[in-house]
Design a protein around this ligand. Structure first.
Ligand code: C2E
Ligand code: MG
Ligand code: MG
Length: 480
């Protein structure tokens, strides 16, 4: 018997079912928070927009990635995240114009397709203004500043396919995030290969770490006056079975983004501690062993405890360990790094600021941070004997470091003239191919045995070097 619609209860049930059906249909098509289209309907609407366009009409697809949305949710709860999303959506709706097609995918990606031409300056400017405009209302409402990475792809200049147009805009936004650009980055075909290579390298790195393809090499830091080896810097090396040596500058950034850097750090610190211990036992004098750390390492909650744990497991005096942190990391998140560095200093571990000069760290920041030494970036050292301005710059850095009682190390010294200038200006130590290229541990032991007896007269060290046997208690820096 068909009793549909017969009773009031059934009517309520059917009404409810109808409403639920409508809600489900809506939620399949639209994002609830913003009313923007979800991925599938966005892609379909984009395809039909491109199909039905007027002749010669061109389009831009702008991809905006809000990078701190999840953080906002974690810090302020749903309310914080909702305010940011609502204001971004309102601003985008207003600035992208009435004929823009709007979409939202995966929570933090906002898309806008609109008529614009790739090579039209005014159109490009308008797209940049849309992206810039998103930050203003959220900040004005007292919210956290949205961290936005934006990319754009153009129809038909970049592609004529709608799914590809979306993907290309996404790749451009990923690139903007990787290089921390505040400008909207336009898609370039090589981004496809870059991302692909990044993914491949990341997979290969996982395998390589398990298969023991990573190793550590050491480069000496030498006292510019006496020629004494003051320490060694541990540097990671990756020998891929087919690709050969992959340069750290290529794989370290990928490891940082993918989280693999923690394994690399732990591996490198472990070998550095073991090798330092062995040199101690062999009475080869390496007063300080330095290990590089990335911002991603320092940010981790367990960073300091990991360093302490490894030091307890493979004991050397904590003052014999130095961690090299890059200048960029200090600029990006001073508060957190200040805290972590203080915890490390409390554990008596030394801290060096690496690549100094490459970012605009203020004198005040350097003064506040608990540092022991400052490494002047190689780009300021190469050709210093030929450049008045490089000399003036380094002289200022050496004087500043001196006034803060920091030890100065010049990186990347390649020839005798550079060494001479640096020595004259009172730089304490140097590192570079002139003295020695980085070496595996065994060869580094040999280097240590040879160094004092080698004919170093060409380096112009003033004092006769002592034998490397036995530990020299001479302090490295006033901060030790
Ligand atoms: P860095 O820490 O500033 O290391 C110094 C780099 O300069 C090393 O490059 C070294 O081989 C190179 N170098 C030394 N002397 C000279 C010279 O006279 N001339 C020139 N042109 N270069 C010289 P490398 O080993 O390729 O490492 C590059 C960067 O990768 C390092 O710069 C560091 O930022 C990063 N890195 C290396 N190992 C690690 C690691 O274990 N962990 C992390 N987080 N980063 C690492
Ligand atoms: Mg370094
Ligand atoms: Mg450096």
């Amino acid at each position: 018997m068909d009793a549909v619609g017969d009773s009031a209860a059934e009517r309520v049930f059917l009404d409810g079912r109808d409403r639920l059906g409508r809600v489900l249909a809506y939620s399949r098509r639209y994002d609830f928070q913003t009313g923007f289209l979800n991925y599938r309907p966005f892609e379909e609407s984009l395809a039909s927009l491109l199909r039905n366009r007027l002749t010669d009409q061109q389009f831009a697809l702008l991809w905006i990635e809000v990078q701190n949305l999840r953080q906002e949710f974690l810090l302020r709860g749903a309310a914080g995240d909702e305010v940011m999303v609502r204001l971004i959506a309102e601003s985008l709706r207003e600035t992208a114009g009435a004929d823009a097609l709007l979409g939202r995918f995966g929570g933090s990606s906002f898309l806008a397709a609109m008529p614009a031409a790739k090579f039209n300056t005014e159109d490009r400017y308008r797209i940049q203004t849309i992206a810039d405009g998103l930050r203003i209302p959220v900040v004005a409402a007292g919210g956290a500043r949205p961290e936005i990475a934006a990319g754009a792809a153009f129809y038909p200049a970049d592609t004529e396919s709608s799914p590809e147009l979306i993907r290309f805009a996404g790749l451009a936004a990923a690139r903007a995030a990787a290089v921390r650009s505040s400008a909207v980055i336009p898609f370039r075909p090589e981004m496809n290969d870059l991302i692909l290579r990044d993914f491949q390298l990341e997979l290969e790195m996982h395998k390589g770490l398990d298969a023991g393809q990573f190793s550590t090499v050491y480069q000496p830091k030498v006292d510019l006056k006496t020629g004494r080896v003051l320490g060694a810097e541990a540097l990671v090396r990756w020998r891929h079975p087919e690709q050969g040596q992959v340069p750290p500058n290529e794989f370290v950034p990928i490891a940082e983004r993918s989280g693999l850097i923690h394994r690399i750090f732990e591996r490198c610190l472990r070998s550095a501690l073991k090798d330092a211990q062995r040199w101690n036992h062999q009475l080869l004098d390496v007063p300080v062993i330095a290990v590089n750390v990335s911002a991603a390492d320092v940010r981790r909650q367990d960073f300091v405890s990991k360093v302490r744990r490894l030091l307890a497991e493979i004991p050397i005096a904590p003052t014999e360990l130095e961690l090299e942190v890059t200048e960029s990391m200090l600029v990006d998140d001073e508060g957190l790094f200040d805290l972590r560095l203080r915890q490390l200093r409390a554990a008596r571990v030394r801290i060096a600021i690496d690549d100094f000069g490459t970012r605009s760290t203020s004198f005040n920041m350097i003064k506040r941070l608990p540092l022991n030494s400052m490494k002047i970036d190689g780009s300021f050292i190469r050709g210093i004997h030929r450049s008045e301005s490089l000399r003036a710059l380094c002289q200022t850095v050496v004087a500043m470091a001196g006034s803060l009682k920091l030890h100065t190390v010049a990186e990347g010294i390649e020839d005798r003239e550079e060494l001479e200038v640096l020595r004259q200006m009172g730089c304490n130590a140097g590192q570079g191919f002139l003295f020695q290229t980085p070496l595996p541990a065994e060869e580094f032991s040999e280097f240590l045995r040879q160094w004092p007896v080698r004919d170093n007269s060409s380096f112009g060290f003033t004092q006769r070097m002592k034998s490397s046997s036995g530990h020299n208690s001479q302090s490295l820096s006033p901060n030790l």
